[in-house]
Ligand binder design. Structure first.
Ligand SMILES: Nc1ncnc2c1ncn2[C@@H]1O[C@H](COP(=O)(O)OP(=O)(O)O)[C@@H](O)[C@H]1O
Ligand SMILES: Nc1ccn([C@@H]2O[C@H](COP(=O)(O)O)[C@@H](O)[C@H]2O)c(=O)n1
Length: 423
């Protein structure tokens, strides 16, 4: 196929007559969405693309600290960030969960207890938690009850390893060891009178307090601790969010920044309908072989071909199918699927002939209208992105040649991508 034909996707689309898609999608028939290096388990079964990664290595999570005075809107801001990062695995760790439980003696004199002093927290345990999550382990986070000032003895909240860890609390920046564990420091600042008003309402409604005890505690402990411990760390903040959760602009900017840090160059980030096939040792083994400069030509072709077939087979699973019933030789009815015999476009990014041949071989019995080949060089991801057709979300399957990335950094993240149909 000539390079100029790579521009003819529009032509293929226009030529296509009638609806291309049946309402039926074969998602349920596919294996469950794989873990991707980019946004692993958050992809739903209805996400309609896949890509194959050869890197099982867990990425270092991005760790953010959000601090600020009591009732400044820290939790609200974190919730908003988490909502916007829906395509990533994000966990919130509240410093509050690590309050030490009061001894019976302390409980009797609770009005004299300073919950706003750093010693009120089990900082060692909090650091242990952050450390474990950073290194990819899950953690059983305590559940703290503000009404009786104790941790639950039976239940924990299981927090799993994630792409982003958000650590939230009044004194997150107080301990230097915590500060060092964080990649970004965010401070929520809001007028003291607004905070006090919100705290009064919250503590009465949610934390079982009365107005007098809230005001007394505020004057005796909360305000002095804010002045001594919370406010001074403002100078270490990377981002200050005035007006808390009302500040949508600041929150959007933070989310954008996190997206960037998590790897904007992943194809998955650019094309949200791409997802990653879980890499197996067998796949990694083949990638290892084809990258080895000592490999013989015969073996290179052999293993590349196997990889290519894998991606083609996966890609074809995303073509449009309709439900079809057949009668088996024993007379029973089998409900299966049949390919919608409508025109499809299939784009192949940088094809040696092997990819196209594998596709044609795999497509026997399926009418692929046209195969479009996008030739790109293999020496730089930028080139690959530029060459990707802009309309890949519509009406055609796009395959990335697994050999494409051999030897360049792009391959570490993504070797094979299939961007299939959108319904
Ligand atoms: N922008 C806002 N407008 C009105 N109430 C708010 C706003 N942001 C937070 N609140 C309320 O203030 C209280 C404290 O907010 P929260 O986010 O839990 O603060 P923090 O985590 O800093 O203690 C909650 O009851 C919350 O519903
Ligand atoms: N048993 C407790 C524990 C803590 N507090 C107060 O909670 C505040 C921190 O929580 P925020 O959600 O407001 O950040 C802190 O100011 C403590 O005074 C409490 O009242 N009782």
């Amino acid at each position: 196929m000539k390079p100029e034909e790579t521009n003819s996707i529009d032509y293929v689309m226009e030529k296509a007559s009638g609806p291309h898609f049946s309402g039926f999608r074969p998602d349920g028939l596919l294996s469950s969405p794989p873990s991707s290096t980019a946004s692993p388990s958050h992809r739903s079964a209805s996400d309609s693309s896949l890509a194959l990664s050869d890197s099982n290595a867990p990425k270092q999570p991005f760790v953010i600290g959000v601090s600020g005075g009591t009732a400044s809107g820290k939790t609200t801001v974190c919730d908003m960030i988490i909502q916007q990062l829906h395509d990533h695995r994000v966990v919130l760790v509240n410093q509050d969960s690590f309050y030490r439980g009061l001894t019976p003696e302390e409980s009797k004199r609770v009005h004299e207890y300073n919950f706003d002093h750093p010693d009120a927290f089990d900082t060692e345990q909090l650091l242990d938690c952050v450390q474990k999550l950073r290194s990819g382990h899950s953690y059983q986070v305590p559940i703290y009850d503000f009404k009786n000032h104790r941790r639950s003895s039976e239940s924990f909240r299981q927090v799993n390893a994630s792409d982003v860890i958000i650590l939230e609390g009044i004194l997150v920046f107080h301990d230097q060891r915590k500060v060092h564990a964080l990649h970004k420091h965010i401070k929520v600042l809001i007028d003291a009178d607004v905070r006090l008003a919100r705290r009064i309402r919250r503590d009465i409604v949610e934390r079982g307090r009365d107005i007098n005890s809230v005001l007394e505690q505020y004057a005796k402990f909360v305000k002095p601790a804010f002045d001594n411990f919370v406010l001074p760390s403002k100078k270490y903040a990377d981002v200050i969010i005035p007006r808390g959760g009302e500040n949508h602009v600041a929150i959007d900017l933070i989310v954008q920044h996190i997206h960037t840090k998590l790897g904007q160059h992943d194809l998955c980030k650019i094309y949200p309908n791409v997802y990653v096939i879980q890499s197996t040792f067998q796949i990694r083994g083949m990638h290892t072989l084809i990258r080895d400069k000592e490999i013989s030509k015969h073996d290179f072709v052999f293993y590349s071909d196997r990889l290519i077939r894998l991606v083609v087979e996966h890609g074809l699973g995303y073509l449009p199918f309709t439900e079809k019933q057949v009668v088996t030789p024993t007379g029973s009815v089998y409900t299966g699927v049949d390919f919608c015999k409508k025109l499809c476009g299939v784009s192949i990014i940088r094809s040696g002939e092997s990819m196209e041949n594998a596709l044609r071989a795999c497509c026997k019995g399926i009418k692929i209208g046209k195969i479009l080949i996008h030739r790109v060089g293999d020496n730089g991801k930028q080139l690959i992105y530029e060459k990707l057709p802009k309309d890949i979300s519509e009406r055609h399957v796009l395959l990335l040649d697994p050999v494409l990335a051999t030897g360049n950094s792009f391959s570490i993240h993504l070797n094979i991508g299939v961007v299939p149909f959108h319904s």
